[in-house]
Design a protein around this ligand. Structure first.
Ligand code: MLT
Length: 408
């Protein structure tokens, strides 16, 4: 008898953004004439930078000629992209990352979800709360999260690190031993950012406890404060205890074209039951080459164009555009009397809705035809909050805020 992976039955409802999409589709069906403004899922709306499009066209033309056609590429990514990433995103900021430590992939969502395969099922996993649901759900699927506990509204096997207004949504270090720690800065969903000193505490903790940090930096391009670190490898000792995830999705508008990467430093290790240190670089390389066939050549060329002088200027303009939306949203919500964080070094504004977050979501959808994301979807500590995303045109953001202002 074919049996299912029963861990899947422990997952709570459907994936957050699928749930939201269903509610929005139902609303649209019932109100076909209403123009819905989507400030929910963090999906970019502006065109790819011109430098990327130019590179994409040129690479597509190469594929049209037998003399320059390419079939399978290296699973880890082409050298031209891995080298550009190592140089521009890390070495230029004083972070020691080498090209062969870069693994190009089709998304940070996939990588942050897949990475847990490398670790033992009895690893103790710590997740911030609120949190990007992928970290939790993929550990549930693997059987590392234990049972869902209705009374606590949490999985019994996970260690939750509470974020709240008092700690500025930067959770404190765990008070019980943990092995794997997920961190995300600038944070999704709260938009909070971590200073170098704060990241140093986590790195020191991981080093002292033979733990590993899974650092999601998908939103680093939104950092405007020059004092804030963009990479965990700007922190001393991080190479031994941290894996970092990055993406071109939000940086350069690649949500539809797909390109991301993960850094696994050669010094980074995890241990066998007998205490032998095993380099994670070799394990991830084995997994990546077995289960992934690489991002397409034209897309990697388009991603590499981000690092050209024209690409850099265009990306800066793109990020500035969304940050201007974020500033506007934050100002308007603050003026309406709502406490907000984020939106300064992040495309997300995290708002204390002062009520049940799904009720707030429904109110914005039904009365204003504006989609946000209910904070409760990111965990128990998200209850009472909503997240508004800055990814849309400025005109739509203005209209959304006018509509919201009229109903609140
Ligand atoms: C979000 O809205 O949290 C993100 O867009 C989800 C993602 O990047 O997968």
């Amino acid at each position: 008898m074919i049996r299912i992976n029963e861990n899947y039955r422990k997952l709570q409802s459907s994936y957050l953004f699928s749930d939201i999409a269903k509610r929005v589709a139902a609303f649209q069906q019932a109100n076909p004439d209403k123009k819905i403004i989507r400030l929910g899922i963090g999906d970019v709306t502006r065109a790819l930078p011109k430098a990327c499009i130019k590179a994409l066209h040129a690479a597509t033309d190469e594929m049209a000629r037998d003399s320059s056609f390419r079939g399978y590429g290296p699973e880890q990514g082409y050298d031209f992209l891995r080298e550009a990433i190592a140089q521009h995103d890390f070495q230029a900021r004083g972070a020691n990352v080498q090209a062969d430590e870069v693994f190009v992939s089709d998304g940070a969502k996939c990588d942050t979800g897949n990475i847990q395969e490398l670790f033992s099922l009895d690893c103790k996993v710590a997740v911030p709360d609120p949190v990007y649901p992928v970290y939790v759900d993929t550990n549930v699927m693997a059987g590392r999260a234990g049972d869902w506990n209705k009374a606590t509204g949490r999985y019994d096997g996970l260690v939750y690190l509470d974020g709240n207004q008092a700690n500025g949504f930067i959770p404190a270090l765990p008070t019980q031993p943990v092995d794997l720690i997920y961190l995300c800065f600038p944070n999704n969903p709260t938009g909070s950012t971590a200073t170098k000193a704060q990241l140093q505490q986590w790195v020191d903790y991981a080093r002292a406890n033979q733990a590993l940090i899974l650092f999601d930096a998908a939103y680093e391009a939104f950092i405007t404060d020059p004092a804030l670190p963009h990479s965990i490898y700007e922190v001393e000792g991080a190479r031994e205890v941290a894996i970092e995830f990055r993406s071109f999705s939000k940086t350069a508008g690649f949500t539809g074209t797909r390109c991301a990467y993960t850094i696994v430093p050669k010094e980074c290790v995890a241990y066998t039951a007998s205490g032998e240190a095993v380099p994670l670089h070799a394990l991830w390389n084995r997994r990546h080459t077995t289960k992934f066939n690489g991002v397409s050549y034209p897309i990697q060329r388009a991603a590499a164009a981000v690092f050209s002088p024209a690409g850099q200027a265009q990306v800066k303009e793109l990020i500035g555009y969304y940050l201007n939306n974020a500033k506007y949203i934050r100002e308007k919500m603050t003026a309406l009397g709502y406490a907000c964080i984020g939106g300064e070094n992040s495309p997300y504004i995290w708002i204390d809705g002062k009520t049940d977050s799904w009720a707030f979501f429904d109110k914005l959808l039904n009365a204003a035809a504006v989609v946000c994301t209910p904070g409760a979807g990111f965990g128990k500590c998200g209850e009472g909050y909503i997240r508004i995303s800055a990814f849309n045109s400025f005109e739509n953001v203005q209209e959304a805020m006018t509509r919201i202002g009229a109903i609140l």
